[in-house]
Design a protein around this ligand. Structure first.
Ligand code: PEP
Ligand code: MN
Length: 337
């Protein structure tokens, strides 16, 4: 539930409410707005009495959060969340473009890809050192040596970098090297992993599960947030349907629904959704038009040498043109790139 304090409520009033919430074994999340302070009581609220809280000094009203996700809900935090990472603001009027290869293969390919991404004006560089592959015989990623290469990109090009974390045992290590950690689709309901990334002080990109509902996606974000990390960035990458001509189905209807339900930034990944690079530009533009806060696009300097997802990666030399087209769409909907 949310406890709204009166204008002019004192620090002592605030403390009194927090103590009451904590006495009941729940966590109190304080959100100070320009006008009012809100306190979210998070946990099993049945142990709290709204009538009693209402009588505490400084309390204006007590509102139940009807949604199963609380911290992620718009009711709890009506303003859009802006996640800041090294000067890049994710979630504001300016769209965030994250681009880079599917996997980190070697230093030469990674640096060449990073140059295309930087020159085209993207904000964040992506690349995976740990790969969730369907076959155990396929390239599994370079592991820590790959993370070291990513750190080199960060230093050389002055761009924040992000990468996937798949294992609770790697969370600390991965967070040491990158600016943003990513939880991939296949781990969206790996609750132990969600809890671990909820304890770090780096932003987390959370992708929706292959067959998850929007509610399950938001509940996964809630897991991360409930551990204290509120810097969660959602990335919608489509779902599995009966369709086989595209790799997944990019249900762009999810964007306005997510935006209506949560204050968290919503990115779209058209690359993994479509599976073929020729279809990526159209869906990138469509996602911006539908209200996404940014995109995550796979870009490779030479996809013929890619060790995974070769067909869907935009060729480095063609990425600049796509960025130019995206700028026009962004402008048409009152956003910037
Ligand atoms: C990725 O972005 O590298 C990836 C594996 O995507 P997803 O988890 O959405 O399949
Ligand atoms: Mn990929």
């Amino acid at each position: 539930m949310i406890i709204v304090l009166r204008k002019g409520a004192t620090q002592k009033d605030l403390q009194g409410v927090v103590e009451e919430i904590e006495r009941a074994g729940l966590k109190a999340h304080i959100s100070k707005g320009t006008e009012r302070t809100l306190i979210g009581a998070v946990g099993d609220e049945r142990v709290l009495s709204a009538e009693h809280l209402q009588t505490l000094p400084g309390v204006e009203k007590v509102l139940p959060i009807l949604k199963p996700f609380k911290l992620a809900s718009k009711e709890f935090h009506p303003e859009p969340t802006i996640v800041e990472v090294n000067g890049v603001k994710i979630g504001g009027n300016k769209l965030t473009i994250i681009a880079g290869p599917c996997a980190i293969e070697n230093e030469d390919l990674l640096m060449r890809s990073a140059k295309y991404v930087k020159d085209a004006g993207a904000d964040v560089f992506r690349g995976s050192a740990y790969k969730p592959r369907t076959s155990p015989y396929d390239f599994q990623g370079l592991g820590e040596p790959g993370l070291k290469l990513l750190k080199k990109v960060r230093e050389k090009f002055g761009m924040p970098v992000e990468t996937e974390v798949m294992d609770t045992r790697h969370v600390e290590l991965v967070a040491k090297y990158v600016d943003i950690v990513r939880v991939g689709a296949r781990n969206m309901q790996n609750f132990e992993l969600l809890k671990e990334v909820g304890k770090i002080d780096k932003p987390v990109i959370l992708k929706n599960g292959l067959s998850s509902t929007i509610k399950e996606f938001l509940m996964a974000a809630e897991y991360i947030m409930s551990e204290g990390n509120h810097n969660v960035i959602l990335c919608y990458r489509g779902i599995r349907t009966f369709e086989t001509d595209t790799r997944f189905t990019l249900d762009l209807g999810a964007i306005p629904v997510l935006k209506a339900n949560t204050h968290l930034p919503v990115l779209v990944d058209p690359s993994h959704a479509m599976g073929k690079k020729d279809f990526v530009p159209a869906m990138s533009k469509a996602a911006i038009a539908a209200g996404a806060d940014g995109l995550l696009i796979e870009v490779h300097c030479d996809p013929s040498q890619a060790k995974c997802d070769a067909a869907q990666q935009i060729v480095g030399a063609e990425f600049g043109k796509l960025m130019g087209d995206l700028r026009k769409v962004a402008e048409a909907v009152g956003r910037k790139i």
